[in-house]
Write a new protein. Structure first.
Length: 252
């Protein structure tokens, strides 16, 4: 703090304020405790000064230091995670979303409570629903019987792990891949919340084979005498119905 006095005897006091660490701007509503007033993103600190003039008379002066909250926490780039359902509908993968701390320390990275963008997701034709753990760090997509379809966990650095236990239904998707968005949140020490999205790319597995699932309508009636393997072989090779008919004629 320095003071200067001009020719008319007016004093000017200059103060330097150095902030060495973040301050928690809790959601105040103008409430005041002693010298500190907390009002949303603004904290005011009154600093009372006593200035003695030339003949020793004290004068009371208050200066006010206003500290505005800085940048809120936010998310940056997401690598995404890619799953391939393969033949059994299971896979695992991991990814990272960049966490931009902002002006205050990050205290939590978690899944958002609202995941309604997943409402239409189905598994084996069944509706699914979403369960989020109490700490918000594990999100589980479950089928109608509450059996997990997919589980995602996220840590405080934005690293996430995905495990798929059952296939999902890729309906009308380009390249048979569903892009599954999941909402995430980051909270800083004074309660500011940034929102973001991680994306899981889930590619459909091999198409179901005809071998074990021949339409009963094709083998009923007179055809019951034909060895099932013969019909399976024909259908696997995707021969036309006319070729199947020819074969049946030869066997009768
Ligand atoms: Ca702050
Ligand atoms: Ca704030
Ligand atoms: Ca803040
Ligand atoms: Ca699938």
């Amino acid at each position: 703090m320095t003071s200067t006095v001009d020719a008319d005897g007016n004093a000017t006091i200059t103060t330097d304020v150095v902030q060495n660490g973040p301050i928690d701007h809790e959601d105040g509503d103008g409430d005041s405790e002693g010298y500190v007033t907390n009002n949303g993103d603004s904290i005011s600190i009154d600093v009372p000064l006593v200035i003695d003039d030339a003949d020793g008379t004290p004068n009371n002066v208050d200066i006010t230091v206003n500290i505005e909250d800085g940048q809120d926490p936010s998310f940056g780039k997401d690598t995404g995670a890619t799953l391939e359902e393969g033949t059994d509908g299971t896979d695992s993968a991991s990814g990272d979303i960049n966490v931009d701390t902002g002006s205050d320390d990050v205290v939590d990275v978690r899944f958002g409570a609202d995941q309604s963008q997943l409402d239409d997701l189905t598994s084996n034709g069944q509706d699914t629903s979403v369960v989020i753990s109490d700490d918000g760090h594990t999100l589980t997509i479950v089928d109608a019987d509450n059996i997990p379809v997919m589980e995602v966990t996220i840590d405080q650095n934005g690293h996430y792990e995905v495990e798929q236990f059952q296939p999902i239904d890729q309906i009308n998707e380009d390249n048979d891949t569903s892009d599954i968005p999941i909402n995430v949140e980051v909270e800083d020490a004074d309660g500011d919340v940034g929102k973001g999205t991680i994306t899981i790319h889930d590619t459909d597995g091999d198409n179901a084979q005809g071998g074990g699932d021949i339409d009963a309508g094709m083998i009923e009636g007179d055809l019951t005498q034909i060895p099932i393997q013969v019909i399976q072989k024909v259908i696997r090779k995707q021969h036309k119905v006319v070729q199947l008919t020819l074969m049946l004629d030869q066997m009768t």
